[in-house]
Design a protein around this ligand. Sequence first.
Ligand code: HEM
Length: 392
Amino acid sequence: MTALADTWGANTAQFWLRGQRPDHEVGYDEKTGMWDVHGYPEILHALSDPATFSSHTQRLVPEASGFSEGNLTQLDPPDHHKLRKLVSHAFTPKVVADLEPRIAELTTELMDGMGSRAELVSELAYPLPVIVIAELLGVPSSDRDQFKRWVDGMFNSTNKVALKDRSPEDEKYFADAMEQVGELASYLAGHIRERRERPRADLLTKLVEAEVDGVRLTDAEITNFGMVLLVAGHITTTMLLGNTLLCLDAHPDQFQAVRADRSLVPAAIEESLRFLSPFAAVSRVTTEETELGGVRIPADQMLLLWIAAANRDPRQFADPNVFDVTRDPNPQLGFGRGIHFCLGAPLARLEGKIALNLLLDRFPQLRTDPDDAPRFMPSPNMTGLSRLPLLL
Ligand code: HEM
């Protein structure tokens, strides 16, 4: 565990990793002007009451409001229900299950390029999900370096976003983030226009054609939904793969158990999602004055629901700081809960399972490189590696 903690230094915001759980479950942060929620039952409560804890957080960040149309993560009922039904029509369990052979093929191709030393993130964990989501949407996966620049720009910049006391530097970071979002949006809008004229066998075409109760998606809705898929759909799975290997490597007995019994792979992935939750926090805005965990919160307040901290809540999980691939049940909140539960969870789980199994088949001695430390991404609300050197 020390090895894990040592690699953490750069990212001091993610306190739960260093075992210093705050003494309050709900608290106001004077510096950011936002509320932090850490407790499992408190977060479940907020996620199950979208009327009071709205997902439309961009109304407090008006600069970003141009991109909320069609952005599922920003919608509340009844609009959320309508759009989710429409996109679920295109993004079905069958669409995901049919990807299995292609995911295995891509993983094998990427592993073919690995030598006796490899860097997991750049050689497999980043390219695999980004190629899968690009192929699924129907945009050229060869544009992935460009996606990476846009997405990196968005995340590096949003690190600095706070609701009050924004410095000129913060403002510049924020403006840069919005510029990246704008470029990605026009890229996708171009592809969508083309699909309207020339349909193809891809998800963008399915989204263009999807119809529920006579309603279809507008170009802006498809663009913003495509953006959510491209962003949420690759960088989180990149984190999942790196985090799972890091957790297993840091717990040799657990690693041995998984190597010996591959039926434990899905449970190892769930435990990794609990122990190092990639999407560490989701945000909500209060629509009226309310109470959460015995604390009064006024209307129009931004809340950060730290699902990564809830996943270590001792009131919910016995020995929360122990990584245990046999934990059962494991009601981890890594994919969220309630009406916004991650739409891509089946895809992320499938990619994780295939990649981990194939890595263990091909490299039975795989371990992290003791002379080349892993590195975490700098974002305060993402928990994931930007670099994981391996000895194969
Ligand atoms: C929503 C995490 C992979 C697409 C969410 C939410 C979380 C999450 C926590 C809830 C957000 C909220 O309540 O505000 C993750 C993690 C992933 C992952 C940890 C990988 C390990 C994916 C993939 C896709 C995807 C692969 C798509 C291909 C989405 C979408 C939503 C969502 C569209 C919004 C659903 C809604 O608002 O109704 N994800 N995700 N995610 N995720 Fe994922």
